[in-house]
Write a protein of this length. Sequence first.
Length: 509
Amino acid sequence: MALAVLLSSIRGGPLSPRPWEKDLGNPDAAGTPAQFRPDRGIEPMTVTLRQMDACALLARAMGDAVGPVRGDLVATAPHTCATSAGRIWTEVSVGALITDGEKWRARPVVAGGVRAYLQAEDPDGRYMPAGCDAFVPVTFRMGLRLVVSSPPGSDPCSTVTRLVEKAVPHLRDGSDLTIRIGSRAPLGAGDACMLLAAVVPEAPTRWPGTEPRMGHRTSTVDGCTALVAPEHEIALAAEYDDLPGGAGVHASDSGCIVTVPLPQPDEHSDPGVEVTGRSQITLTDTAPDCATARRAGDRLPSALSTVPNPDPAARPVRLFAPDEPDVDPVGACADAPVPECRIPRQVTLPGQPRNILAASHANTAYTCALAQHAVHRWFGPQMQPAIYGDFCHFVDASHEVDVMVSATDRYRLGPDSEPAPRPTGRSGPIDGHEVHYTESGISGYGQDHEWTVAAGTGPTGSGVITVDVILNPARGVDPGLGSHPPVNRSVLPRGEQVVTDILREHFAE
């Protein structure tokens, strides 16, 4: 929530200088920047993943988890494969990406003795077959994605968890998963970033392809994006497809696409694997003249002739142990859904209410100190503070509740133009302090419940405190398509208790 939202319901003017004015505009006075742990080496992990046969992995995991595969395995890209067993459809992508937001929303689990993340997709089958995704990281943002779709009323997350459990031994061994260059590996033991660097040497590639053209399920091994110049990108993807118009140069909404056909995979050398469409390389260029993509297309045959062959030696995949960190931020910033996160410094609150408000306005660390006792009392000591701008967020690893607090001495509470009933059923002031309550949705995902309280002393004293209780669906739970996501509203009365405790402890008249 921006400060502008707060100002919509309050009014007032500047006061005389306070002792804490020196902290205004100085974020370092409030807290230390988030600390980040280093990721594993992305390039060595990519070398391992690009030699892995997704169809071989899927066949072995499916056979162990749900029974023999019925019908062909279907290779939809060099490192993506799908199949079915009965009414259960599955897909595996090797070298897939997971965004920080996806990981924050997904449910961490232990499967086969390693860390994985689950995300349900309409598990009740209200709008489509029940589905569940599992992501098994090998770096902080790259790994393997397994997707299960099954009939309504089934439990796809249990099925995909079994698939992960059965896949882990094969991943740790690696000897039976090496892809063969003669069949479905147009890049051999290379990858899209390696090939893009060869055909567009003037552009530094963004390792490991953070924006593959086909979306987040496209393997980073098969897709890579480079920045040629400001606002000029080129993306390369190895895929199996039959684009309208065939090979050549075609206009697109964002520029152009150059399609270079490759020899069709030899299905006879890989029995039981069906390939969807022609093997091809596509170059997507955001420049209208398409000059960069045309030159890159001309260089492709020579570059492809130099791709390395897969190494027949086993390359075990290094997975994350259940207690091994797999995110960048350290501490509360790992759970706070905010940019530029800071950990508050330890401060001692001044004694007078007006000084508490002045200090909190100048330095958000005082806001954290103001609210911490009440938040811990009502929401638990696991709620740890993190600062973003003027707000102190109290968060934990569940990500279901974010208690967000701000305080200022610069404004007064204005009239309540749209009063809403409070979760406690009470109305009127809290311990003599006027309070406004509002609730709203957050981009169709969660809910924001806000108490805005007049905290100034005396009949005309300036001072406002806001306490927001932000509710999110449990991690891994599909928020649904409606305006009422599945959140735990039973904790909302605790938000008003936090407000009450803050007022009684620091602002009693």
